[in-house]
Design a protein around this ligand. Sequence first.
Ligand code: ADP
Ligand code: MG
Length: 318
Amino acid sequence: MTEFDLIARYFSRPSRRGDVLLGVGDDAAVLAMPSDRRLVAAVDTIVEGVHFPVGTEAAAVGHRALAVNLSDLAAMGAEPAWFTLSLSLPANDPAWLQGFSSGLYRLADEYGIALVGGDTVRGSLSVSIQVLGLVETGGWMTRAGAKPGDAIFVSGVPGEAAAGLAVLQRSLAQSPDSRHLANRFLWPTPRVSLGRTLRTLASAAIDVSDGLLADLGHICERSGCGAHIDIELLPTSSAMRALFAAEECERMSLGGGDDYELLFTVPGERMLDVEAAIASTELRCTPIGRIVEGQGVTCYRAGQVVNVAQRGFDHFGG
Ligand code: ADP
Ligand code: MG
């Protein structure tokens, strides 16, 4: 099979979006922009052995490559529209490609995002996706708007993905708990509809990809403020507690990456609106602390400062 056959077979499904004027097959895609929206762009690459374990099932790799990008759109409050896919493959393996494209298209269909182009090369396995989203003019979220007094919320249960990765790496025994955690790592759910809901309510937002403390640190830096979080308020997971010691659970909750939950801040006057909006979704969102004057994130337990030497994942960190 040639490169062209491969693209034709696995990545040329016709788009269901009317705004794709020209998709896969030409030198570039042509997309129709609505006049009352802004274009939101993000790109993320996942590399075998770095972002997912060697041998991860192909459908999960396809899902993950798109999910991590959809999560960036979610953090901006944007609506997914189009994406391009740059694929580096060690071999032309039809079973792998079939699994990969089915995982990718399943998630793409769920979020109404269309694959409009890409590139395919031979090399070690890595997947780079660029997403393009749309957001109302003037109505997007950033990391920069948090103010002292704002409440800090997080969606879902941060730490479960790190626990799931540990389950996979340590080959822990199969059980409902270990499967639940492994699935949180392998099949992250981008919080796109929560992002759309928060768009006009949250003062700042970020997706939790590097770890809760590290990503809250990014909000503090960009917003010019500090944060206090109460460790006892962190959402916990019975599956994590069943498989890992308490200290390890806490380390995963605060420092584990890969959850793709949303971390966001809410001014006092919007608390009731946010609580009502959250109550109308299935997704658990938990208040875990407050934005304060100053800088950096400080953790408290029972009113006492606790030192958690936590750093998020950094590819080039020492
Ligand atoms: P060019 O040399 O002009 O970049 P390519 O041969 O790389 O063209 O790609 C041919 C067409 O197939 C282009 O429209 C490109 O966007 C698309 N394409 C290539 N690889 C992929 C892929 N992995 N997924 C989706 N579209 C792809
Ligand atoms: Mg090309």
